[in-house]
Ligand binder design. Structure first.
Ligand code: CU
Ligand code: ZN
Length: 187
């Protein structure tokens, strides 16, 4: 009998623990619009998972292949070439690199790969950023940029990825949830 009660107590603890984690995971979204005369657009979700951030979403309207994908410093997509977003988000004054290299800008998310239909399905995790507004490595209020060309993951400070063909400001909250949906509009 005692064992039974203990088992049930454990189950309840695990279930409520999971539910709590789900609610507390900070999320942010970005709605990307075309820039530089492109047709590239899409939506992204950033979810804090422990020390790393999961990036998910779909971006469409690009030519096939790997294309540079970064978080840029300033959340200002007003320029028609995305130039008001500044350079790659770089709180540690580092040099450009790949997303999993020791030396990189925090905003270096590498490349996303577009298929024959011009669609990139995105789902990866990356460190060195957080879904936060206040932390030095926080990405809320900054911008995501998709580039015209492939990031070579080496050339400092741009990766030689060409023009900026889509831009979206990273906004705190979960646009897809029933609780946060109306509260956080990207624009
Ligand atoms: Cu960029
Ligand atoms: Zn960079």
């Amino acid at each position: 009998m005692k064992k039974h009660v203990l088992t049930i107590a454990c189950c309840v603890a695990v279930i409520s623990g999971c539910a709590m984690m789900e609610e507390k995971e900070p999320k942010a979204t970005a709605s990307l619009e075309p820039r530089s005369g492109s047709t590239v657009s899409g939506t992204l979700t950033f979810t804090q998972v422990g020390d790393v951030v999961r990036v998910t979403g779909e971006i469409k309207g690009h030519t096939k292949g790997p294309k540079g994908f970064h978080i840029h410093e300033k959340g200002d997509c007003s320029d028609d070439k995305g130039l008001n977003t500044g350079g790659h988000f770089n709180p540690h004054k580092s040099k450009h690199g790949g997303p999993y290299e020791p030396v990189k800008h925090a905003g270096d998310l590498g490349n996303i790969t577009f298929n024959d239909a011009g669609v990139a399905n995105i789902n990866f995790t990356v460190g060195d950023i957080s879904v936060s507004k206040d932390r030095p490595d926080g990405i809320i209020g900054r911008a995501v940029i998709v580039h015209a060309a492939t990031d070579d993951l080496t050339t400092d400070p741009t990766g030689n990825a060409g023009g900026r063909v889509a831009c979206g400001v990273i906004v705190g909250g979960d646009a897809g949830s029933s609780q946060g949906g109306m509260k956080y509009q990207p624009y």
